[in-house]
Write a protein that binds this ligand. Structure first.
Ligand code: AMP
Ligand code: GLY
Length: 423
């Protein structure tokens, strides 16, 4: 099978590493890819936003299957364009990708299909939004409606903070994404990520993970794209997984199909496990980054037939096997991230990773044959262990061998699970 993978982050390196192990793979391309992905696939310098160019490349190489990693091309309709040419694609249509592309859309689906989530209202002007906030009081959550690279959400502990966030949105801090604002009740509990493949009708639950969104140790400081993750998330007990499937995923599948937007791809449900049980914070329509890295380390089955089954409508015919051993990944980011940071700083050496350990490339490039850091999140140092504690020790031991002066990381990835293991 000839496969094209779209994307260039740590998530795509993990997908590439796993897909390349498939005996079904005959030719493997990635666009635009990164130096880590280049170990597994031939890189193609396509502009992913240019859907015609991607379609032309697929025709030229007789590609059979396209796996789309990030959300932006899905929301922009790349999967629709390629399907129009008869290609098989892993990833939802633009209409179904609204689940991630519009928070208001998702909230309306939740309301219509009785999916547990924080109470909310949508607003297109500041005075009404502010009046609602004053009436509700704090804590309260203010969200720009559209895609804002994970930065459009303010969890406001005071009314003043919430009012300021409304001004930010309507004054253009998030561009077009902030033209509408969703104001949502604050949910109290522990967060978890749940991943489930869907082919429009059938679901195949994958695994759970926990991300570390804040930049600072002890979950302090500003939100980032994620500073580290581990899988599985102990808070997602068998009972919570069953409830998530019944109360959240299954009604979403029905709701999307009934609304005329059947969903195929991966549901990434961001959950808050509250005193009442699982509640939906948000949907993403692609794998999490860095959650994907830990999922791929634990997946024993061949990934390619699973993604293909999601694209072909045959998820009821496949199963996924997982290692019981937890996996943990630590993100190394450029100093200054998620604010501004220096680019093209040299990464002098990366350690040899052995069995159950792997350094995934996220924001790296080659310049004159030398590896440099070009992104905010740059490397994902990943390891497995018999416990989260052991996976953590192995990951940090590996990370300490990385020679990259401009990098930093959190030293406490996995702390919640490790506290539980010690209790
Ligand atoms: P989102 O981009 O919607 O995932 O939100 C980013 C982060 O904000 C989430 O991972 C949560 O930590 C937090 N958050 C979002 N919505 C809520 C909510 N209703 N209650 C509490 N925290 C929230
Ligand atoms: N790590 C969170 C995300 O991928 O959105």
């Amino acid at each position: 099978m000839k496969v094209l993978l779209i994307g260039s982050g740590g998530r795509e390196h993990a997908l590439a590493w796993k897909l390349a192990q498939s005996p079904l793979m005959t030719e493997f391309y990635a666009a635009p890819g990164n130096p880590g992905i280049a170990e597994h696939a031939r890189l193609v310098s396509l502009k992913v936003e240019d859907h015609e160019a991607v379609a032309a490349f697929c025709a030229q190489k007789a590609i059979d299957f396209v796996v789309v990693g990030p959300e932006a091309p899905l929301v922009a309709g790349l999967a629709d364009r390629l399907r129009a040419d008869g290609l098989k694609v892993f990833g939802p249509s633009a209409a179904a990708a609204q689940l991630e592309g519009s928070k208001g859309f998702t909230k309306d689906i939740c309301a219509r299909y009785n999916i547990p989530t924080g109470a909310y209202q949508r607003f297109n002007n500041a005075p009404k939004a502010k009046a609602y906030i004053r009436a509700q009081g704090a804590p309260i959550v203010v969200k720009a409606d559209g895609l804002a690279a994970g930065k459009g959400v303010t969890v406001a502990m005071t009314v003043e903070e919430a009012l300021a966030a409304v001004d930010d949105c309507f004054e253009g801090a998030f561009g077009a994404a902030g033209a509408e604002v969703v104001i949502e009740a604050y949910l109290d509990g522990e967060e978890a990520s749940f991943f489930c493949l869907c082919d429009g009708r059938n679901a195949l639950p994958l695994a759970t993970a926990q991300d570390h969104k804040r930049v600072g140790e002890g979950d302090t400081g500003v939100n980032t794209g994620g500073m580290g993750a581990y899988s599985p998330a102990p808070v997602m007990t068998a009972e919570m997984i069953e409830r998530t499937m019944k109360e959240i995923i299954e009604p979403t599948i029905c709701g999307m199909a009934e609304s005329g937007y059947p969903f195929s791809g991966v549901f990434f449900a961001g959950l808050m496990i509250t005193a009442k049980g699982p509640e939906l914070i948000e949907y993403n329509v692609r794998f999490g980054d860095p959650e994907c890295q830990v999922l791929m380390m634990r997946l024993k089955s061949d990934l390619l037939p699973l993604l293909l089954a999601a694209a072909e409508g045959t998820l009821d015919k496949v199963t996924a096997e997982w290692s019981d051993d937890p996996a943990l990944t630590v993100v190394m980011a450029s100093k200054g991230y998620p604010g501004s940071y220096e680019k093209n700083t040299p990464i002098l050496s990366l350690p040899e990773a052995g069995d159950g350990a792997k350094v995934f490339h996220a924001g790296t490039s080659l310049r004159d044959g030398e590896l440099v850091a070009t992104g905010g999140r740059v490397l994902n140092v990943t390891a497995t262990g018999r416990t989260v504690g052991e996976a953590q020790s192995r990951a940090y031991a590996l990370l300490d061998k990385v020679e990259w002066e401009n990098g930093f990381c959190r030293r406490d990835i996995g702390w919640r699970a490790i506290e539980r293991e010690r209790a």
